[in-house]
Design a protein around this ligand. Structure first.
Ligand SMILES: Cc1cc2nc3c(=O)[nH]c(=O)nc-3n(C[C@H](O)[C@H](O)[C@H](O)COP(=O)(O)OP(=O)(O)OC[C@H]3O[C@@H](n4cnc5c(N)ncnc54)[C@H](O)[C@@H]3O)c2cc1C
Length: 398
C-alpha cells in the first residue's frame, strides 16, 4: 500500500468499486480499503436490479446472474394476486444477481483499471488538516498506516461511520431503518422467472416480504419491516419464519442473513472539504423499494468524475465538490428518491383494507408498462381521493 493516493475509497461495495474504477480510468491513483476479509460476503441483499440499470454499468455475465426476470406478482394483504405478465412487465424486466461474484467482478474491474485494493483493511479515522479530509488511518492485521489522499470517497455502506467521524450528521431515525432478514431457500416451488412481493401489516409491517428466484427451486426469501415495529417476538426473522413455515414448509435453509436498509431521505449534504459520500453511506437507497445497488454505482461513478474534475482544477473544497451533490439531486435518480419517499410515507400509513383496495383496482387496468410512475398515475386515476391525500406529489406527477 502506498502512503499517498489521489483518491482513497472507503468500502468495496458497488459504490466504492465503481468510484475506484472510474477514478483509475481517468488516470488517477486510487485505492479501495475494505474492512471485510472478502469482497461480496456476507450478502445482505435480495440482489434484484432492473435490466437497464445494470446495463448502464456492466454487461450481464452468467457467472454472476442467478436468474432473469420476465414478470412480477404483488400479493395483497387479503391474498389477492396481481400478476404483471411479461407482456406488461416487458421482456426481461430485471435480474437477480449473485452478489458474491457480482461485487467481486466490480472490484476486479477497478483493479484492472489500475486501482489498488486491500481487504481486511479498515479505515479507523480520518486524517484532517485545516478542516479538510486528507486521507485516513487504516488498520490491517493490527498494523496502522496513514494513507493520505486529495479526495476521500466514503462508500462505507449503511453502517457508515467515516462521514460521521468527519463531523457530518448521518443519524437515521429508527423508523426509517428497515430491519431485514433473509434466507436462501432450496427445494421450493416457485416461478423461476418472476419476483413476488407480499404486502400487508400482518405479513410485513411498513415494509414488504419478497421471494426472488435464484434459479430452479431456489430463492432469496426475505423481509424488511420498519425498525420501530421490531421487538421481542415480532422481529423481522419472526415474521419471515411464520411466512416460510406456511408457504415453503419443505424449503431448506442454506443461508440466513440479517441486515438493515435506510429508507430515509438522503443526507442533507453529501460533500465536505476533501470528502464525497456515495451509495448507502449517503442514504441514497430508494426509500420505496429499498434498492440501492444502482444508486450506489451511479453515485460512485459521479463521485469519481467530480473528484477528477476538481483535482484537475486544484480545488477540492466543499464548494467545488458541491457539483456532485447538486448533480445527483437533479438527476433522475435524485428525483425518483424524493418522489418515492413521499409514496413510501403515504403507503406505510395505510391500513390493509386500503392496500387491498388499491391493488384490486390497479389489477383491472391494462398497464402498458410497469414502472413506479405509471403505476402511481393509474392508481390515482382509479382512486381520485388519493390525489388529495398525496397532495404535492400528485401535483408533481400531473
Ligand atoms: C436485506 C437487504 C435486501 C436488499 N435488497 C436489495 C435489492 O434487491 N436490490 C438493490 O438494489 N438493493 C438492495 N439492498 C440494498 C443494497 O444492498 C445496497 O444499497 C448496496 O449494497 C449499496 O452499495 P454500497 O457500495 O453503497 O454499500 P455496501 O454494499 O454496503 O458496501 C459498503 C462496504 O464498505 C465496507 N466498510 C464499511 N465500513 C468500512 C471501514 N471503516 N473501512 C473499510 N471498509 C468499510 C463494508 O464492509 C462494505 O463492504 C438490500 C439491502 C438489504 C440489507
Amino acid at each position: 500500500m502506498k502512503n499517498k493516493y489521489d483518491i482513497l475509497v472507503i468500502g468495496g461495495g458497488p459504490a466504492g468499486a465503481i468510484a475506484a474504477k472510474t477514478a483509475a480510468e481517468k488516470g488517477l491513483s486510487a485505492c479501495i480499503v475494505e474492512k471485510r476479509p472478502a469482497i461480496g460476503v456476507p450478502v445482505r441483499c435480495a440482489e434484484g436490479i432492473g435490466r437497464e440499470a445494470l446495463h448502464e454499468f456492466i454487461d450481464p455475465d452468467p457467472r454472476w446472474i442467478s436468474a432473469e426476470m420476465t414478470g412480477a406478482s404483488i400479493i395483497a394483504p387479503d391474498g389477492f394476486l396481481m400478476k404483471l405478465e411479461s407482456a406488461l412487465a416487458g421482456n426481461k424486466v430485471g435480474y437477480i444477481l449473485d452478489r458474491k461474484f457480482f461485487d467481486r467482478e466490480l472490484v476486479w474491474k477497478a483493479a484492472e483499471a489500475g486501482a489498488d485494493v486491500f481487504v481486511k483493511t479498515r479505515a479507523s479515522s480520518p486524517l484532517m488538516e485545516d478542516g479538510y479530509v486528507k486521507g485516513a488511518k487504516v488498520e490491517c492485521c493490527g498494523k496502522v498506516t496513514k494513507v493520505t489522499a486529495d479526495v476521500v470517497i466514503a462508500a462505507d455502506g449503511v453502517e457508515s461511520k467515516f462521514s460521521r467521524w468527519c463531523g457530518i450528521d448521518t443519524t437515521v431515525a429508527m423508523r426509517e431503518i428497515m430491519s431485514s432478514a433473509q434466507y436462501v431457500l432450496a427445494d421450493v416451488d416457485i416461478d423461476e422467472h418472476s419476483t413476488v412481493f407480499y404486502l400487508g401489516n400482518e405479513i410485513a409491517p411498513e415494509g414488504y416480504l419478497w421471494v426472488f428466484p435464484k434459479g430452479k427451486r431456489i430463492a432469496n426469501v426475505g423481509i424488511g419491516i420498519s425498525g420501530k415495529k421490531s421487538g421481542e417476538g415480532h422481529r423481522a426473522k419472526d415474521y419471515l419464519d411464520r411466512f416460510v413455515k406456511k408457504t415453503f414448509p419443505k424449503g431448506k435453509q442454506i443461508e440466513y442473513i440479517a441486515g438493515g436498509v435506510s429508507v430515509c431521505r438522503p443526507l442533507e449534504c453529501t460533500v465536505a472539504d476533501g470528502l464525497i459520500i456515495a451509495g448507502d453511506a449517503a442514504r441514497v437507497v430508494d426509500p420505496l423499494t429499498g434498492g440501492g445497488i444502482y444508486n450506489g454505482m451511479y453515485t460512485g461513478r459521479l463521485a469519481a468524475e467530480v473528484a477528477a474534475e476538481c483535482l484537475a482544477k486544484g480545488d477540492v473544497s466543499k464548494k467545488a465538490l458541491m457539483k456532485y451533490d447538486k448533480t445527483w439531486r437533479a438527476s433522475k435518480m435524485g428525483k425518483v428518491i424524493e418522489r418515492n419517499y413521499h409514496i413510501k410515507e403515504y403507503l406505510i400509513k395505510q391500513p390493509d383494507e386500503k392496500l387491498n383496495e388499491i391493488i384490486h383496482s390497479v389489477s383491472k387496468l391494462n398497464l402498458k408498462e410497469f414502472t413506479t410512475m405509471s403505476l402511481i398515475k393509474e392508481i390515482m386515476k382509479v382512486n381520485p381521493r388519493l390525489m388529495l391525500e398525496l397532495g404535492a406529489l400528485a401535483a408533481s406527477i400531473h
